[in-house]
Design a protein around this ligand. Structure first.
Ligand code: K7E
Ligand code: CUA
Length: 627
C-alpha cells in the first residue's frame, strides 16, 4: 500500500517536473519584447506574423464572424468576445453583482441572486435544436452553490437562476445539453449526505454520502428551467458530462474520479486505482421511470434509485481519474481524457451497446455492470501529458488540450493518429472550436483557454491574467494567431456563428408592465401609509419627477422607465449614500426597493452618459427626519 502511494507521488512529482521543464523551454524560445506592433513596412516581419495579423484584424466598420462566450469562473460572470478579433464586447453578470447595470440592485436581479453574492461559473452551453446551436439561450452552472442560470441571447441578460438544486453537491459536470435542449445533466463533484443540511460523520462516507445526477428540464418555448428528476449514484466524484447525439442520443456520459471513495488527501488517495469509470446513463429510460412514478421525494426532488430501473446505468472503465468526456459530432464515439494518463481513450458507442445487449460484462461495482473494456475501447491515442478536454472540427479531426505539456494535440478520428501538435501559453484547460459541440462543427477556429499567461502580457503584479489563444485550423498545421488576456477564470467557452443570434434594439412599450410610465403626467409619487411608490420617467436629459420628498422610515418602491426608444440610449440612476444604482436600457422599466433609514438630502443622477446634457440629468431625494 505504502509502496503504491510512493509510486503515485513519484509519478505526480515527475509529471510536474517535466511540465515545468517544458514550460521553461517554451518560454525561453519566445523572448517577449516590450515594444509591440508591426513595423510600418513589412521588412523583417515574418510571413507568419503578417498572415496572423491579416486573419485577426477586423477593421473599423466591420464585424466579427463569431461570438465567443467564455465562463468567468469564480467571478461568476460570462464574457462575450468577437472572433477572430478576440475583442471583448461585453461582460454579462450572472452569479455576481454588477453595478454597471444595477444587477444585484434591482428587485428582479436581487431575487434571482438570492442569498449568494458569488458563484463559480464553469461551463456555458448554447441551446440546441437538432444538435445545432439555435442562438436562443445560454445556460451555465455554478459549481459553488449548485445553481444554473439562463442568459437570453436576444438581450444578453441573465433571466433565470435555478437553485440551489436539491441534493447535488458541486454540479461541476454541467452544463451539457441534449441535442434538442430537452435536458442538461448536473452531476455532483462532491459526495454528500442528502438532503442538504443532513449531518453524517465522514466515517459513514460509503453508506451515507451520495453522488447525484439531476436532469434539468428546459421549456422549449421560453427556456425556463426546472428540476426534472434525479438519480442516485455511488459516492464518487463526477467530473464532466456530455450528452449522446445521433446514434447515442438518449444516453449521457459522466467521467468519475475517486472511485476509491476517499475523503482525505484526495490528491493521493483518489489516484490509487489504475482505472476509474465513464458512467453511461440511459436518460430516456430514467425519464420514463420518473413518469411512471418510480421516484421518492428527497429534499423536494423526485429521486430515482437506479436499482429500481435495471439497465439504466453502466460503468465503462477508463484510465486513471479522467477529466473531460466528449462525444464526437456523429455520436459514434465517446472520448475519455486521461488527465493522469498521457492518453485519450476512444470508446465506440456501438460496441458499448453490443456489450450491454450481450451482457458482456467484466464485473460489477455497487450493483452496476462494468462493460468489457477491451471490446468497448477502440483506441488509446497517445496525445501527450495531461490531456483534459477534446473538441472537433469539420474534417474528422479531434483536438485535445494538454495541460502539463502546454500544448494542443490534433488527431484523426479515422485512424486515431496524432497528426500535429502546437504549443500554447500556458497550461490549457478547455478548448473550444467554432460550433464545436454541435453535430456540424465549423472547423476554422479553435480557442485554447490557458490557465497561465506568465510572460505573455505586460506585468500586472504577482498574478497574471488568464489567456485565450486563437488558433487557425484552416491548414493542416495549427497556427496560433492571437493572444487575448481574460479575467479570472474561463473554464469553458462556446463559439457560435454571429448571424445565428438575433438581438432586439429597444424594449417595447407596454402600458401593462408593472410600474411603467410613458407620459410626464403619469410620472408621480404615491403614498400608502409608510409605503411610498415612485413612478419615474427618464429621457434625454431629465427625470420626472426630479424632486421626491419622503419621510424617514418609509419603505420605498422606485420604478424607473426609460422612454427614449432609441437604440443605445441608456440612462443610469444612482442615489448618493443610499447604495442604490441601476440602469434602464431603451424602453426598459426597472424596479428598486429600499427603506429610507437616513434623513437628509440625497442627490440622484444619471450615471450612464446619454447626451450633451447628461450632467444636468439629476434630482433630489429629500428625506424628512422623524422628529
Ligand atoms: Cu476542465 Cu471546470 Cu471544465 Cu476548468 S474544468 S479546465
Ligand atoms: Cu441619462 Cu445620462
Amino acid at each position: 500500500m505504502q509502496k503504491i502511494k510512493l509510486k503515485t507521488l513519484f509519478v505526480a512529482v515527475a509529471g510536474l517536473f517535466v511540465g515545468l521543464l517544458l514550460a521553461y523551454s517554451i518560454s525561453s524560445q519566445i523572448s517577449p519584447t516590450t515594444t509591440g506592433g508591426l513595423k510600418a513596412s513589412k521588412e523583417g516581419v515574418s510571413e507568419d506574423i503578417i498572415d496572423a495579423a491579416l486573419k485577426t484584424y477586423v477593421p473599423p466598420g466591420q464585424l466579427d464572424e463569431y461570438y465567443l462566450f467564455a465562463s468567468g469562473g469564480h467571478s461568476g460572470q460570462l464574457f462575450v468576445y468577437g472572433v477572430p478579433s478576440m475583442r471583448r464586447i461585453r461582460s454579462i453578470p450572472v452569479f455576481n453583482k454588477e453595478s454597471a447595470i444595477g444587477y444585484g440592485w434591482t428587485t428582479e436581479s436581487k431575487e434571482m441572486l438570492g442569498d449568494f453574492a458569488w458563484g463559480d461559473a464553469h461551463h456555458p452551453a448554447l441551446s440546441e435544436t437538432k444538435g445545432d446551436y439555435d442562438g436562443r439561450w445560454l445556460f451555465m452552472n455554478d459549481n459553488a452553490n449548485s445553481r444554473v442560470a439562463r442568459v437570453n441571447l436576444d438581450s444578453f441578460t441573465t433571466q433565470q437562476i435555478l437553485g440551489p438544486v436539491p441534493n447535488v453537491y458541486g454540479p461541476h459536470g454541467s452544463v451539457f445539453l441534449t441535442p434538442n435542449s430537452e435536458y442538461f445533466m448536473m452531476a455532483s463533484r462532491f459526495a454528500g449526505p442528502i438532503p442538504y443540511g443532513t449531518y453524517s460523520e465522514l466515517d459513514n462516507f460509503k453508506e451515507d454520502y451520495k453522488g447525484v445526477m439531476a436532469a434539468i428540464a428546459i421549456d422549449p418555448k421560453d427556456g425556463e428551467m426546472s428540476v426534472g428528476w434525479e438519480v442516485l449514484l455511488p459516492p464518487w466524484s463526477y467530473d464532466l458530462s456530455d450528452a449522446g447525439k445521433g446514434v447515442s442520443d438518449g444516453w449521457c456520459f459522466l467521467t468519475t474520479y475517486n472511485t476509491e471513495e476517499a475523503y482525505h488527501l484526495l490528491e493521493v488517495e483518489s489516484s490509487q486505482r489504475e482505472r476509474d469509470y465513464i458512467v453511461a446513463i440511459n436518460w430516456k429510460m430514467l425519464e420514463q421511470a420518473a413518469k411512471d412514478g418510480k421516484t421518492k421525494d428527497i429534499g423536494g426532488a423526485k429521486v430515482i434509485d437506479p436499482n429500481d430501473v435495471p439497465g439504466s446505468v453502466y460503468l465503462v472503465p477508463c484510465a486513471k481519474s479522467p477529466h473531460g468526456v466528449d462525444v464526437t459530432p456523429d455520436g459514434k464515439y465517446f472520448i475519455g481524457n486521461g488527465k493522469l494518463a498521457p492518453i485519450v481513450t476512444v470508446f465506440s458507442f456501438e460496441k458499448f451497446m453490443e456489450c450491454v445487449n450481450n451482457k458482456d460484462f467484466q464485473g460489477e461495482e455497487r450493483g452496476f455492470p462494468i462493460v468489457n473494456y477491451e471490446k468497448t475501447r477502440v483506441a488509446e491515442v497517445e496525445v501527450g501529458l495531461g490531456p483534459l478536454h477534446t473538441q472537433f472540427d469539420d474534417q474528422g479531426n479531434a483536438y485535445t488540450s494538454l495541460f502539463v505539456e502546454s500544448a494542443v494535440a490534433k488527431w484523426s478520428l479515422s485512424d486515431f493518429k496524432v497528426t500535429d501538435k502546437t504549443q500554447v501559453h500556458y497550461c490549457p484547460g478547455h478548448l473550444t472550436s467554432a460550433e464545436g459541440d454541435t453535430v456540424n462543427p465549423d472547423g476554422k477556429y479553435l480557442v485554447s483557454l490557458n490557465k497561465l499567461a506568465k510572460d505573455k502580457y505586460l506585468s500586472v503584479g504577482p498574478s497574471h491574467p488568464e489567456s485565450m489563444q486563437l488558433i487557425d485550423l484552416t491548414s493542416s498545421k495549427m497556427k496560433v494567431l492571437y493572444d487575448s488576456p481574460v479575467d479570472p477564470e474561463p473554464h469553458f467557452a462556446q463559439m457560435i456563428k454571429a448571424d445565428k443570434i438575433k438581438t432586439f434594439e429597444v424594449y417595447p412599450k407596454d402600458e401593462a408592465r408593472e410600474g411603467a410610465v410613458y407620459a410626464k403626467e403619469d410620472a408621480r409619487v404615491v403614498r400608502d401609509g409608510k409605503n411610498v411608490t415612485v413612478y419615474m420617467m427618464a429621457f434625454r436629459s431629465r427625470y420626472y419627477p426630479d424632486t421626491v420628498e419622503i419621510n424617514e422610515g418609509d419603505h420605498v418602491t422606485w420604478y424607473i422607465t426609460n422612454t427614449d426608444f432609441d437604440e443605445d440610449i441608456t440612462h443610469g440612476f444612482g442615489i448618493m449614500f443610499y447604495d442604490i444604482n441601476c440602469e434602464a436600457q431603451p424602453g426598459q422599466t426597472q424596479k428598486l426597493e429600499f427603506v429610507a433609514d437616513k434623513a437628509g438630502v440625497y442627490p440622484y443622477y444619471c450615471t450612464n452618459f446619454c447626451s450633451a446634457l447628461h450632467q444636468e440629468m439629476q434630482g433630489y431625494l429629500l428625506v424628512k427626519p422623524k422628529s
